[in-house]
Design a protein around this ligand. Structure first.
Ligand code: NI
Length: 393
């Protein structure tokens, strides 16, 4: 189906017809953020906003997730469109009139926008059902910010039978309205570790009678910097960050134990699997040299978010047709951030797409993150167009 002419003013049309409703939903969700799998109220808002559309609705997927299916008039592929619904444990400082009313919780990653854009697409595509070839599965996912709700949805069969799948993420730092993606890895694998350094406690004045866990931990943190800088091929991206360190109870006591916590980001599966052994060996070598020991607890978490080349190409072409070539960016490099849409992309060819909200917008996961709602109909239009137009996965 040639959709070029029809799609030309899709953004304006969606804005005109559904813009207010999309914004209202976004604000409603923003006011009442929910964390992890506990997105019950958010899910109810989504269900209310989908009410009356010709959708088959499945609730209670991955606890509070929703799968809404639109079957077109004509035969064709089944396309998945996914949005995340959960917020973050951050206290909002935007001063917006619809700022969070829940202490210590905030939509600081734009998931309120993603969810609303997907509802907008559900309205637009339902309105075009007679010209829709195939089926669209609208997937509203909880627990993206830790918890791996995407993985749970995949385990519950949400990706089964899909021919392709797409998801958007609002992206500060990119010019407003820019659509950016790439073939291959776009986000990194994110793994986590905790480490306990075990020495021998004692009096702060008699270090020779103890094995100082604080000093050992400090050396371990320093030595861990060499895992990436001295053991990984310099052209292979990897990050090792120690983000937590804790020990001690008083200024004059040498503690027996110290605790470290960190994250490891990689794009290469072999390297990813090698990291725990190297971290443990370096930490134990340092600790044992100082009459202490180090115990590693390592958790493999979100895998690499890997776009299929055909799907990424389809996004770039569709966005170019919709909004003009100058608003499309084929990314040179992935982000070392992570995203649990990765679990869907392990099962189904598809693409994760960044939608720019402007260069001077405060970063994701900051208390000041806020975006211009003009982006919402644009995101809805892109999702709609991705589902409407045929592509080679
Ligand atoms: Ni996010």
């Amino acid at each position: 189906m040639d959709t070029t002419g029809k799609l030309g003013n899709l953004q304006a049309e969606i804005g005109e017809r559904y813009g207010e409703r999309i914004s209202a939903l976004r604000r409603d969700i923003h006011r009442e953020p929910e964390l992890g799998f506990d997105t019950e109220k958010t899910a109810q808002k989504v269900l209310d906003a989908l009410d009356g559309l010709p959708l088959q609705i499945q609730t209670g997927v991955a606890q509070n997730g929703i799968v809404a299916t639109l079957v077109g008039e004509n035969e064709g592929p089944t396309v998945g469109l996914r949005a995340d619904m959960d917020a973050l444990p951050i206290t909002e400082e935007t001063g917006l009139p619809f700022a969070s009313e829940v202490d210590g919780k905030m939509h600081a990653c734009g998931h309120d926008g993603h969810t609303s854009m997907l509802v907008g697409a559900a309205h637009a595509l339902s309105g075009m059902r007679d010209s829709l070839n195939g089926t669209v599965r609208f997937i509203f996912q909880p627990a993206e910010e830790g918890g791996g709700g995407g993985g749970v949805m995949v385990e519950e069969g949400v990706a089964d039978g899909l021919d392709s799948i797409f998801a958007l993420h609002l992206w500060p730092g990119l010019p407003f309205g820019t659509v950016a993606t790439k073939a291959g890895p776009i986000m990194a694998a994110a793994d986590a570790f905790e480490m306990e350094v075990r020495g021998t406690g004692g009096h702060g004045a008699m270090p020779h009678l103890s094995a100082d866990a604080v000093v050992v931990a400090a050396h371990v943190v320093t030595a861990l910097q060499t895992v990436v800088s001295r053991e990984v091929d310099p052209v292979e991206p990897a990050v090792l960050t120690v983000g937590e360190i804790g020990a001690g109870t008083a200024f004059n006591i040498i503690p027996e134990k110290a605790r470290l916590g960190g994250t490891v980001r990689t794009l290469n599966e072999d390297l990813r699997e090698r990291m725990p052994e190297r971290i443990e060996a370096v930490a134990q070598g340092v600790a044992r040299g100082m009459r202490a020991d180090a115990h590693l607890d390592y958790t493999f978490s979100y895998p690499v978010t890997r776009n299929a080349a055909g799907a990424a190409g389809h996004v770039l072409k569709t966005a170019g047709d919709l909004f003009g070539e100058e608003t499309v960016l084929e990314l040179a490099n992935p982000s070392m951030g992570a995203e649990d849409f990765a679990y869907f992309l392990e099962k189904v060819p598809g693409a994760f797409v960044w939608l720019g909200v402007g260069r001077d917008v405060s970063g994701l996961h900051t208390p000041q993150f806020a975006f211009d709602e003009k982006i919402l109909p644009r995101g809805s239009a892109l999702l709609t167009a991705l589902a409407l137009s045929k592509h080679a996965a």
